[in-house]
Design a protein around this ligand. Structure first.
Ligand SMILES: *[C@@H]1O[C@H](CO)[C@@H](O)[C@H](O)[C@H]1NC(C)=O
Ligand SMILES: *[C@@H]1O[C@H](CO)[C@@H](O)[C@H](O)[C@H]1NC(C)=O
Ligand SMILES: *[C@@H]1O[C@H](CO)[C@@H](O)[C@H](O)[C@H]1NC(C)=O
Ligand SMILES: *[C@@H]1O[C@H](CO)[C@@H](O)[C@H](O)[C@H]1NC(C)=O
Ligand SMILES: *[C@@H]1O[C@H](CO)[C@@H](O)[C@H](O)[C@H]1NC(C)=O
Ligand SMILES: *[C@@H]1O[C@H](CO)[C@@H](O)[C@H](O)[C@H]1NC(C)=O
Ligand SMILES: [Cu+2]
Length: 629
């Protein structure tokens, strides 16, 4: 009661704090969205998953775009009609069908909306079974905006079509667009930081046109066939052959974006919504100014060529004069690239229409991450400033994860019927039953070591992370906390130490995002502040590699002195039950029982314990929040 009147009292103050003197003023809206996921065949007879109006998205394997504003609420119901009744019957006894028929929807990068709507079936929610509907209701905080996407988190469904863009508009983003466009003239070419003009609160200027470009690799066979027939048996591949690439869901080359006559700058929201391929984008004869990395606004930085790991988003701004702009796109496959061109059309396209050269020779191509260059802008609430956790000797908790794939792993063959990726000796499926626990409120540093020789795109749920250090190919793995031997320090340790020194001396903020590539035989170090209790995946975003177990679950424990005693007990007993169970499972040939069991658990202790945490956390949060304001 008191809380309510307090809230009512504070409301006008709150409004004053949050509303900016620009933009379309409107009250936050609720978007009630219904998604019906159905299976269809495209014109080539390939099975796909369509959402709602399948005619519009037919062939495209992309669902409808979701467009909202910061502060809005999304009430989205996902109705699962991916499988027929007969197929759902098969799913009772067949793991492949079970994973394909069940579903769950993840809002990639939209982190502060809560663990309950994170969309990972068997971890954060019960799987949505055939014929069932699940509601994702959440409010997007006022200070969150940018470019995101949604996708299924059940086995290999999203590449068949259960995915789409999710854009959150806000004034801060538009103000930055304006300022970048004003400073475009100052820059000739090449790469580097742009000098921004002073902040002026004007709404979006004339002459700026915004477009979305979604990129993906493409497979001619239905994804379920790919996993069954090419991957999940002894000796099966980890990387099925990529047959093509999609721009906005289309396999066509030479797509066109038409500009209005008075346009002088184009804003591209680029999304790599693919299953495996890193994507390259180059604007011929131009530079592109990066201003957003995965929902984080950055100090504008000009690049000639951009590389996008699976899951990543960038907003880039390209100056436009009287000519059309040729955009070159390369989708990385095992050997080389699938190359395409699309046009930003103003006047007649000139010069060579196609691109017949090598992507590897594009000027400014760098396939690592620009983690020192793309620096977050301080947000209006003062977050994202400086490296979190400070120096390495400060009080931080650290986990080290080593991942690898063994081509002759009998244990895995016995347990899963195929070889699997393992992180510290366990598969993602195993971590779903016994997560890595971390404490709330103490900086968490995660060292990820690739004992594997391939490049993998990693994605963290629940947080944007700071990318503190990242190895180049052949830097080797990073071992910390052992004997520091100054004379004989590994390349990895040297890079890590230098990077920490750099952040501390420069006072800069490391690149902050939710997805990034790690080179083979190398390492990465990321940091977060664990302040969101729940179970969060940290995994490779290659859909095929998820099926092969490449990931872990991080359980952020709540910071509550009274509750843990009870909850830990019940969790521990739950876990030991699970361990017993998985011991019994040892020797059975699939992961059926583990998944099936998780579902049952949802009706019991886990849900109760978690809902109590969440309830108490939200009440505490709310109280703190109002007190501070
Ligand atoms: C989500 O919103 C729908 C539509 O208003 C409502 O029927 C449902 O009860 C809500 N579910 C939750 C968990 O809030
Ligand atoms: C949307 O979901 C919220 C719960 O998050 C609920 O309170 C609200 O009534 C729903 N709104 C609509 C319009 O369905
Ligand atoms: C892709 O579709 C978006 C709308 O979803 C549009 O803004 C954009 O121009 C399209 N891009 C290309 C290259 O056709
Ligand atoms: C663009 O075209 C307009 C009208 O045709 C002309 O006045 C202007 O000088 C041209 N600008 C450039 C940079 O070529
Ligand atoms: C340096 O370290 C490597 C690997 O840790 C070891 O093999 C080598 O013998 C060391 N060299 C010296 C000079 O200590
Ligand atoms: C799996 O089962 C085999 C034989 O039943 C046993 O020797 C082995 O220790 C078991 N492994 C685990 C991890 O329980
Ligand atoms: Cu991978």
């Amino acid at each position: 009661m008191y809380l309510l009147s307090f809230i009512a009292l504070c409301f006008p103050i709150l409004q004053a704090v949050f509303s900016l003197p620009v933009g379309e003023h409107r009250e936050p809206k609720t978007h009630v969205i219904h998604f019906e996921a159905i299976s269809k065949k495209n014109s080539e007879g390939r099975r796909i998953i369509a959402i709602n109006d399948y005619k519009e998205y037919y062939e495209k394997t992309f669902g409808p775009p979701i467009n909202v504003r910061a502060g809005d609420t999304i009430n989205l119901s996902l109705e699962n009609k991916i499988c027929s009744e007969e197929e759902a019957q098969l799913a009772e006894n067949d793991q492949f069908w079970q994973d394909y028929c069940n579903t769950g929807l993840h809002f990639h990068g939209l982190v502060p909306i809560g663990n309950q709507v994170d969309g990972v079936p068997g971890l954060t929610q019960p799987p949505i079974r055939t014929g069932e509907t699940f509601w994702y209701n959440f409010t997007i905080p006022k200070d969150v905006c940018g470019t995101y996407w949604y996708h299924s988190h059940s086995t290999v469904q999203y590449g068949d079509g259960l995915r789409g863009t999710l854009v959150v508009e806000c004034d801060e983003y538009n103000l930055l667009v304006n300022r970048v466009v004003q400073s475009l003239g100052e820059k000739a070419a090449g790469s580097g930081l742009l000098e921004l003009p002073p902040r002026v609160d004007t709404i979006r200027q004339e002459g700026i046109q915004e477009e979305y470009v979604t990129l993906s690799d493409w497979y001619e066979d239905w994804n379920l066939d790919v996993v069954r027939d090419k991957m999940m048996f002894p000796g099966g591949t980890t990387d099925p052959h990529i047959d093509g690439s999609l721009i906005n869901g289309s396999e066509e080359d030479q797509l066109e974006i038409r500009l209005k006559p008075n346009t002088n700058a184009v804003v591209l929201r680029l999304v790599n919504a693919g299953m495996a391929g890193t994507q390259i984008i180059h604007a011929e004869g131009k530079y592109m100014v990066v201003m957003e990395t995965d929902g984080i606004l950055v100090k504008p930085y000009a690049v000639e060529t951009l590389s996008l790991a699976v899951g990543q988003r960038y907003t880039v701004i390209i100056p436009v004069d009287n000519d059309s702009i040729k955009i070159i796109n390369g989708c990385n496959k095992m050997m080389g690239y699938i190359t395409k061109v699309f046009w930003i059309v103003k006047g007649q396209p000139t010069g060579e229409l196609r691109f017949n050269e090598n992507i590897k020779n594009l000027p400014g191509l760098y396939r690592g991450e620009l983690y020192k260059e793309l620096e977050p802008l301080p947000s209006p609430n003062g977050q994202n400033t400086k490296i979190i956790g400070g120096q390495k000797n400060d009080d931080i908790q650290r986990i080290t994860l080593d991942y690898l794939y063994l081509r002759d792993d009998d244990d895995m063959r016995q347990k899963y019927g195929t070889e699997m990726y393992k992180v510290n000796g366990k598969t993602m499926q195993e971590y779903m039953e016994s997560p890595i626990e971390v404490k709330n409120g103490k900086t968490l540093e995660i060292v990820i070591n690739a004992l594997d020789h391939m490049r993998h795109p990693w994605h963290l749920h629940g947080h944007h992370f700071q990318l503190v250090s990242l190895g180049e190919k052949r830097d080797g793995v990073l071992r910390l906390g052992g004997e520091e031997d100054e004379e004989n320090i590994s390349d990895a340790a040297k890079r890590y130490n230098d990077d920490l020194q750099y952040w501390i001396e420069s006072g800069k903020t490391p690149m902050t995002r939710d997805s990034f590539n790690i080179e083979g035989g190398s390492f990465a170090v990321i940091r977060i502040e664990p302040n969101r209790p729940g179970d969060w995946l940290l995994h490779c975003h290659v859909e095929w590699h998820v099926a092969k177990g490449l990931g872990v679950v991080i359980r952020e424990l709540p910071e509550l002195p009274e509750l843990p005693e009870q909850s830990e007990q019940s969790e521990q007993s739950e876990q030991s039950q699970q361990q017993e169970q998985s011991q019994q499972d040892n020797g059975t040939s699939s992961q059926t029982s583990s998944n099936g069991k998780n579902t049952e658990d949802f009706s019991t202790s886990k849900v109760k314990v978690l809902s109590i945490y969440f309830l108490i956390m939200s009440i505490l949060d709310a109280i703190l929040y109002w007190v501070i304001i």
